[in-house]
Design a protein around this ligand. Sequence first.
Ligand code: FES
Length: 131
Amino acid sequence: MSEKFIRVIRADEIAPGGMKAVELDGNEIVICNSSKKYYAIQRRCGHMNAPLEMGTLDGIYLTCPMHCAQFDIINGEALSGPIPSDIGHEILPPFLGEYLHNIEMLMKHVRTESIRTYETKLDDGWVQIRL
Ligand code: FES
């Protein structure tokens, strides 16, 4: 880990409850504003790489936009895995039903990893990150 904090964005660029994706030295990072506290996490979901800034942030809990795995943005811990899709009871064409069934079976074998977090600090209105 670097000793140096790097200025990334102005704090007022992210509304409370909002997120913004940035790239820093080749690292894809999402900065989260949770009640005016700023957290930085890896951008890609620990399940299947969805961009997490497109998810939802509720306090310190971030929900992935793709399959709804949840993460704690303070320590990056994966709190829950993906939610199985519900194809309901609609009658589907056989090929589509079989395809969705196979996807469902594969999804059970894809592990959700915790995500990386980065140390942040606020300085003179700037969010800074230590890589
Ligand atoms: S990609 Fe995030 S839960 Fe599947």
